[in-house]
Design a protein around this ligand. Structure first.
Ligand code: ACO
Length: 416
């Protein structure tokens, strides 16, 4: 479908094509606007700018819906594993039995790194350095080992190797020796073993924890053109390699207003508890424009309704805490904060609802992941999405990402 918008500038008439998406969302194609009118568009924060056509995930922010390759997140979470979801996101369709077997076997085959070289690097990174900085650095460095790998295998190498790097990052902090991948385990059970096994004990992954990890990784698997994904696409557009592009995506994800919010949420909830649990006081603080504090885990650029992932994460948190028999005052507090915030006109009028990060940290804590590893877990989950966007951008032969600006500095002048 194609139509046009007509407009006049200083008496001259112009028309620009309108393009339509699957759900009839409409976009004015302004790519020739400057050429014909001398004007550019101005959109700080890219709030109203579509930078690509994409067929990977779809968000209806008004309804609070999320689809991966057309399938609702609510169906995927109950019917697929993370590895199937990764296949779907990367390849566009769910795998049949043979495709899944071959995909999983390749991931297992590529589950190794050059431990000797990587450990030398790791040994020289201070132990107190944040795990996100370590993970993105190691991912970047790994690019150097990937020169001769065919592109189709690169995706599987990264899917196989990122859990190893994440586990090394965790184990360095804990003073534990590296553990190799176990080819007899599924993706999430292997991940847990690489994190938590200790030298003097055999490790049996707990199926409740493994299933919970599967679900939380699926919830993060893709989310269209968010800040980190856009970063990955921008780097890919100037032909930066896959591992380096993903490393840059991780740096973007680390930000507190993006994936770093999961750590910030738990820290905030702990502060609320420590200071006596007066939720009203903290909500007033978040509303106070003179105070930089924001209610972490609330609000979203696209969702102006419930984030469907937050609804699922809340149930997963309740479920794992109940099944593992944990008593967690933070979950109860989080539910009360949600309730109180959603009774407040500030949050209702601004359409600020809990996002994925509001409950995800509670899940991570329940399965033994320390706070400063939360964003690392987010990165592990987001990996298939980042890779699919990098792949799509290349297949679409997209031009380099290079925005314009409105210059407001000095006019041309001379050095006196
Ligand atoms: N607490 C208090 N007020 C908020 C919050 C919040 N969490 N979020 C937004 N607002 C207010 C802003 O102050 C602003 O008010 P104003 O219009 O009176 O100036 C208004 O709501 C709109 O906020 P923006 O920052 O303009 O909205 P934007 O879409 O750019 O930001 C964001 C979205 C960054 C997620 C924001 O809601 C926020 O900072 N939330 C807290 C951090 C967070 O949870 N990040 C995780 C996001 S999900 C993810 O990345 C995985």
């Amino acid at each position: 479908m194609c139509s046009f918008v007509n407009f006049n500038i200083n008496g001259s008439h112009y028309k620009l094509p309108v393009i339509y998406g699957t759900f009839y969302e409409k976009a004015i194609n302004i790519s020739k606007l400057r050429e014909s009118t001398g004007l550019i568009t101005f959109d700080p924060g890219l709030k109203n700018t579509g930078i690509t056509k994409s067929s990977i995930s779809f968000i209806d922010g008004e309804k609070g819906e999320l689809l991966y390759r057309g399938y609702p997140i609510e169906q995927i979470i109950n019917q697929c594993s993370f590895i199937e979801t990764s296949y779907l996101i990367l390849n566009g369709e769910l795998p049949n039995t043979a495709q899944l077997k071959s995909f999983s076997e390749k991931v297992k085959k590529f589950s190794f790194i050059h431990h000797k070289d990587i450990n030398k690097i790791l040994d020289n990174i201070p132990v107190f350095y944040h795990p996100m900085g370590i993970l993105s650095s190691l991912t970047y460095i790994l690019d150097a080992f990937m020169n001769s790998i065919q592109e189709e295998d690169l995706y599987l190498h990264l899917l196989a190797k990122l859990p190893i790097l994440a586990a090394l990052t965790y184990r360095k902090r804990m003073g534990l020796p590296p553990v190799c991948a176990d080819p007899y385990l599924d993706y999430t059970s292997n991940l847990l073993k690489m994190f938590f096994s200790v030298p003097n004990k055999s490790y049996e992954p707990n199926p409740i924890i493994s299933d919970t990890l599967n679900k939380i990784l699926i919830l993060h698997a893709d989310h269209e053109q968010n800040c980190s994904t856009t970063t990955v696409r921008l780097l890919g557009s100037v032909h930066v390699g896959l591992f380096s592009s993903i490393s840059a995506g991780m740096s973007a994800l680390w930000g507190k207003l993006h994936g770093g919010a999961n750590q910030a949420v738990i820290e905030m909830l702990e502060d609320i508890l420590k200071s006596g649990g007066n939720i009203k006081k903290w909500i007033e603080k978040a509303k106070n424009k003179k105070d930089p504090f924001r209610l972490m885990g609330f609000g979203h650029r696209i969702y102006k309704n419930f984030d469907p992932r937050a609804k699922i994460a809340k149930k997963v948190a309740e479920n794992v805490i109940q099944k593992l028999g944990i008593s967690d005052p933070i979950l109860k507090l989080a539910k009360n904060v949600e309730k109180k915030a959603l009774q407040d006109s500030y949050f209702l009028e601004k359409k600020l609802y809990p996002n994925i990060d509001f409950y995800s940290g509670i899940i991570y804590q329940a399965i033994g992941i320390p706070k400063d590893m939360f964003t690392v877990m987010f990165a592990l989950g987001r990996l298939p999405g980042w890779m699919a966007h990098w792949k799509e951008m290349k297949l679409n032969k997209e031009p380099i990402g290079r925005p314009r600006q409105v210059y407001t500095g000095y006019k041309k002048r001379n050095i006196k």
